[in-house]
Design a protein around this ligand. Structure first.
Ligand code: FES
Length: 106
């Protein structure tokens, strides 16, 4: 089972074994990761699952669809690393994926 690493703005981290096929948002919500709320349940309509994907991991994740980029405009502290974690599905290739939480997430 892949491990996803969530890192808070203060540097604290949670390492979570993530079932294949779940979204990264759902994994975070299931383990009460601070800053990831998933208010819309993963339908890409709330932006409360915003996180930063480290550059080395971006190549293992499909690029954001236009509707994800549109919704990201509603998030704070957006950077070129920003993704909505509900749109990232856990695959074996994501073992060790690092998601950093934005400073406004707490
Ligand atoms: Fe709502 Fe991701 S959970 S946009």
């Amino acid at each position: 089972m892949p491990t996803i690493i969530f890192i808070q703005p203060d540097g604290s981290e949670q390492r979570i074994d993530a079932p294949l096929g779940l979204s990264v948002m759902q994994v975070a919500v299931n383990h009460q990761v601070p800053g990831i709320l998933g208010d819309c349940g993963g339908s890409c309509s709330c932006a409360t699952c915003h996180g930063y994907v480290e550059r080395e991991w971006a190549q293992h994740i499909p690029v954001a669809e236009p509707y994800e980029n549109d919704m990201l405009t509603c998030a704070a502290d957006v950077t070129e690393s920003s993704r909505l974690s509900c749109q990232i599905i856990v695959t074996p290739q994501l073992d060790g994926l690092v998601i950093r939480l934005p400073p406004t997430s707490r």
